[in-house]
Design a protein around this ligand. Structure first.
Ligand SMILES: C[S@@+](CC[C@H](N)C(=O)[O-])C[C@H]1O[C@@H](n2cnc3c(N)ncnc32)[C@H](O)[C@@H]1O
Length: 359
């Protein structure tokens, strides 16, 4: 068990987690359950702040709603112009003990992300910050640390949001945790696993329940359900046999293929299957890349009509779509009430996660 912390009684660790905007509450709940401490967030900010005495680094890799975890070292203001970047970033010199993390004995890289209009790029930020870190370590030790962009020992992370900058050490490794490593088959419209996890949480799935994704594509939602629940009955259907073959490969890579039933089926005829689901959670087609919006609406209508015939009383339909207005228009007529809707950011779009309950 690797513990990171200061045992001085009053010192605490300040951590920042990045998440898909819209699921900050899911992330904060998960962080509290796994790591304890106190959290603070604003919806749609894409960030969660966490204060805690010490953490077990291994538990970071168990987080399923989080993209990155950063040990915060410094935060400050940053201008939008290039000259301001050069000047303002010098505040980093105020970080004492940076050599505790970067030293001539280990390699490092700087990863930067930026939201907002700036005269400089994220690459500029990484380069300038990298030079400062080398200088700081050299002044402290007389030796320079080695830069390694491919397999660094330590990753320094800089995040600029408009005129605010955060700098810290990336505890979650160089890749975002949403990359689970089980995507052998890349569905062309795959859902981010972190959002799939959030949909399961919003739907309120539990062990021993029946969970169906009737338009499962590469299987992200069923796989996340199988990773979350020891003992649920999980089904993954899609109209396209190629996607079902891909979903099986992904589930195998995730080590959960024996926990999911796969089948080629049309969601508009889901009532013809002998099932009584508690939750039907899906990421149906939406957006202009799928073309004709009226065809998408016809699919939604038929699917929701068919699903209402087999859902258990109080059962839930959860979907992520940009078609919120249409779904809310037909919900009542088809025997549902909307119990939750939430805007999230996914792939440059702002769809909603909608939870419908059978009335
Ligand atoms: C946005 S994709 C789902 C992606 C999936 N969540 C993933 O992460 O890979 C929508 C899926 O709905 C499927 N689909 C469209 N119409 C369908 C229907 N009538 N019945 C079942 N599946 C359907 C498509 O084949 C496609 O794989």
């Amino acid at each position: 068990m690797v513990l990171l912390g200061f045992y001085c009684g009053v010192c605490v660790l300040e951590l920042v987690y990045t998440v898909n905007p819209g699921i900050e509450d899911v992330g904060a709940e998960e962080v509290l359950a796994e790591l304890g401490g106190d959290t603070r967030y604003e919806l749609m900010s894409g960030r969660i702040y966490h204060v805690v005495d010490n953490i077990n680094i291994e538990s970071i890799y168990r987080l399923r709603s989080i993209n990155r975890v950063i040990l915060l070292l410094w935060r400050g203001r940053i201008g939008r112009r290039y000259e301001e970047l050069l000047e303002d970033i010098k505040g980093v010199y105020g970080i004492s003990g940076l050599s505790r993390y970067v030293s001539p004995l280990n390699s490092f890289a700087v990863v930067s992300e930026r939201i907002g209009e700036h005269e400089y790029t994220s690459m500029d930020v990484s380069r300038i910050l990298g030079d400062i870190v080398i200088k700081m370590v050299y002044e402290e030790t007389g030796l320079k640390p080695r830069v390694d962009l491919r397999t660094p020992d330590v990753v320094i992370y800089a995040f600029i949001r408009e005129t605010e900058i955060f700098i810290g050490i990336l505890l979650s490794g160089p890749h975002s945790l949403h990359r689970r490593g089980y995507r052998i088959y890349n569905h062309p419209a795959a859902l981010k696993p972190t959002l799939a996890y959030a949909m399961l949480r919003f739907s309120g799935t539990k062990d021993k329940q029946v969970i169906i994704d009737p338009m499962c594509g590469g299987g992200t939602i069923p796989i996340e359900a199988a990773l979350l629940h020891e003992d649920a009955e999980i089904y993954c259907y899609d109209i396209n046999p190629r996607h079902i073959r891909g979903a099986k490969q992904n589930a195998l890579a995730a080590g959960v293929s024996d926990k999911i039933f796969f089948g080629v089926w049309d969601a508009r005829r889901i009532d013809e299957l002998n099932l009584e689901p508690d939750h039907m959670i899906s990421n149906p087609p939406y957006g202009i890349r799928y073309g004709d919006p009226s065809a998408i609406r016809r699919l939604y209508y038929k699917y929701l009509e068919s699903a209402s015939k087999i859902l258990r009383a109080g059962g839930r339909i959860t979907m992520i779509t940009t078609e919120y207005n249409y779904v809310s228009k037909i919900a009542d007529k088809l025997g549902y009430r909307i119990i939750m809707q939430r805007m999230v950011k996914h792939g440059g779009l702002y769809p909603r996660i909608i939870v419908l309950e059978k009335t």
